[in-house]
Design a protein around this ligand. Structure first.
Ligand code: CAA
Length: 387
């Protein structure tokens, strides 16, 4: 067993950390306050190769492994969780499934603009009445000539307003209920109309939109994987995506811990630095331990994915633990800062608001427990295919 990162992994981690410290963190409070999507940051990240970290070089990426990409997400999220989720959805939920499930023609056509960051990617699964029950989606793709005519509405689509490529799920077989009969399509921005910008508790520097597709006509070249197998594409994609959200949660919690630790050493009460009081020491010890534990779960899941092994269970465990940990520990960071923690003078209230969503998107904690239970009880009857 080897807990060392490789020299390449450390180099990418350092690159992301330095960029995040210099170009993201100083602006994060303003972006949060102004609800501003920092489009220019993604152009800068693209120049560093970080919009396609784990995409092979032949498709325009940096050719690093999945764990390297996870390290990037952790560092970006430590500076600004909104930037973190934008890159996470762009990469794990849009670019990687095109690589994993696309034909060679589709890979060559759709992946390079995403991996080079010329375009941002989006993942359109959720609908007003299909959230946790993703198989209940109603967007339809009706056969029309050689292709399909797609009609429907999607909700809470990260990146939609700025996206050039959408991985969108629609029902091709109206007689099949639930997950069966769903197919995956690759759409362009011109096929989609953004109808709303969501107002959220946090992650204010990320875009979350409602979209509609109004009879867009697409050819067979837009079908990803086999007809009727789109739900497997969605689930395989989320298996990897959940590791990314877990990394985001670790990054947020680390940021909160860093602030709380520094504050505890500086702030004096009753004649001493508050870090000298056991009540504060115990909190910091718990925070540090919980962050370490979450990070190890995240890295293990990424390592399994890099080895081409099933990571459904490991990814769900990493996301479940890391997201609940981040919500709890960002709350503890506020507690250590006391009144200051509740104000905008310090960033911990933002971390607390940002952490909450990691327990919800890419599958709620309840869905993660359901997925884990199915795996450990041997109730998921399927063979693993790398997504
Ligand atoms: N890998 C490959 N295939 C899988 C799979 C996996 N991990 N999990 C399930 N499948 C396959 C099954 O084998 C099955 O195939 P067959 O029909 O051929 O047997 C098919 O998919 C349907 O599976 P289920 O019967 O398990 O489907 P279900 O309706 O019971 O749903 C669920 C399962 C786990 C609850 C699923 O609906 C789910 O994950 N829900 C949560 C949705 C979610 O995470 N949404 C996130 C939105 S995206 C987002 O949040 C991005 C963002 O903005 C940050």
């Amino acid at each position: 067993m080897d807990f060392e990162l490789s020299p390449e992994q450390r180099e990418i981690q350092g690159l992301a950390r330095d960029f995040a410290r210099q170009e993201i963190e100083p602006h994060a409070a303003a972006w949060d306050r102004e609800h501003r999507f920092p489009r220019e940051v993604f152009t800068q990240l693209a120049a560093l190769g970080l919009m396609g970290t784990c995409v092979p070089e032949e498709y325009g990426g940096s050719g690093a492994d999945f764990l390297s990409y996870i390290l990037v997400l952790e560092e970006l999220s430590r500076a600004d969780a909104g930037v973190g989720v934008t890159v996470a959805v762009h990469t794990s939920a849009a670019t990687l499934p095109l690589l994993a499930y696309g034909t060679e023609e589709q890979r060559a056509r759709f992946v390079p603009p995403l991996a080079r960051g010329e375009q941002i990617g989006a993942f359109a699964l959720t609908e007003p009445e299909a959230g946790s029950d993703a198989g209940a989606l109603r967007t339809r793709a009706d056969v029309d000539g050689e292709g399909w005519r797609i009609t429907g509405a999607k909700q809470w689509i990260t990146n939609a307003r700025y996206a050039g490529t959408f991985l969108l799920f629609a029902r091709t077989d109206q007689d099949q209920p639930g997950a069966r009969g769903v197919s995956a399509f690759v759409l362009d921005a011109e096929h989609v109309r953004v109808t709303r910008d969501e107002e959220k508790l946090g992650l204010n520097s990320s875009a979350t939109n409602d979209i509609v597709v109004e009879g867009a006509l697409v050819g067979r070249d837009r079908l990803l994987h086999e007809e009727g197998k789109g739900f497997k594409v969605a689930m395989g994609t989320l298996d990897g995506g959940r590791i990314g959200i877990a990394a985001q949660a670790v990054g947020i919690a680390q940021a909160a811990y860093d602030v709380a630790r520094a504050y505890a050493k500086e702030r004096h009460a009753f004649g001493r630095a508050i870090a000298e009081f056991q009540a504060i020491q115990q909190k910091l010890a718990d925070m540090s331990t919980q962050i370490d534990a979450a990070r190890l779960l995240v890295y293990r899941a990424a390592w399994l994915k890099d080895k081409g092994e099933s990571h459904t269970e490991a990814g769900a465990k990493a996301k479940l633990f890391a997201s609940e940990m981040a919500r709890q520990q960002t709350g503890e960071a506020i507690q250590i800062l006391g009144g200051y923690g509740y104000t905008k003078e310090f960033p911990v209230e933002r971390y607390y608001r940002d952490a909450k969503i990691t327990e919800i998107y890419e599958g709620t904690s309840e869905i993660q427990r359901f997925v884990i239970a199915r795996e450990i009880l041997g109730l998921a009857q399927r063979t693993f295919t790398q997504g």
